[in-house]
Design a protein around this ligand. Sequence first.
Ligand code: DAK
Length: 258
Amino acid sequence: MNYENIRLETRGPVALITLNRPKAFNALSNDLMDELTHALDAVETDVAIRAIVLTGGEKVFAAGADIKGMKDYSYMDAYQGNFITRNWERASRCRKPIVAAVAGYALGGGCELAMMCDFILAADTAKFGQPEIKLGILPGAGGTQRLTRLIGKSKAMELCLTGRMMDVQEAERAGLVSRIVPVAELIEEAVKVAETIASYSMPAVMMTKECINRSYETTLAEGLLFERRTFHAVFATADQKEGMDAFSSKRPADFKHR
Ligand code: DAK
């Protein structure tokens, strides 16, 4: 597939996907989301890739779903066309780790897409918000759900009901972003973080991600049981033997991702 709305590059074991519709502030059109879905399918099946960075531009990560593209949709267009569900949720189903590297605006669907990633590394210029209420609609790609789980009811309610944007310091305090870095260093830092993750045992990374995500879906007792069973299973990997042998022999581990 020829990408016109995104760029896909590889940096060793890291895939760097850049949203690339700068004139439309990276508005998330159907074509862009089809391309992103395609790119994530491709990197997910590529065994050489062990971590993904999803980013936008310096000024804007993504200003939301494409308002001009959807303004004339009828209910039937949205429902029968499986709007959002058809091609928006691939990032949330990715088994490999995805780091969102956000600079500038992450609004509406842009904020929702960032929250579908595993964590958000934010530039000091980042701004987050769910301004859908100003358009006479509501968040439709997880904004009322993921944002509430990440930052709590009070702040999520205020942001979704007023459409107010949060600056990056507020977003970090609220727990939406893991860390703030200077905008000029964002991509370099995100790739470095992704490279660190990619240097570890891939099965252990995937299992860790699965366990943390499970904590959102279940009770503590069920989550602990899931973690324990997964932890037992990691002893079936060659990488567990290698990691522990390397530690005992005081040498760097040479993980085979098996
Ligand atoms: N869609 C389309 N075009 C957009 C856009 C968007 N979301 N955001 C910006 N643009 C375009 C502008 O129209 C403008 O295009 P030209 O006029 O140059 O052709 C260009 O990008 C630059 O924008 P501005 O001229 O407005 O630039 P400013 O610096 O003045 O302002 C801004 C930047 C990001 C604050 C402003 O553009 C803005 O407020 N944008 C809209 C943000 C927003 O409302 N986002 C939420 C979108 S709604 C659903 C599920 C999910 C959704 C919907 C339905 N269902 C299940 C049914 C999701 C909805 C959303 O995300």
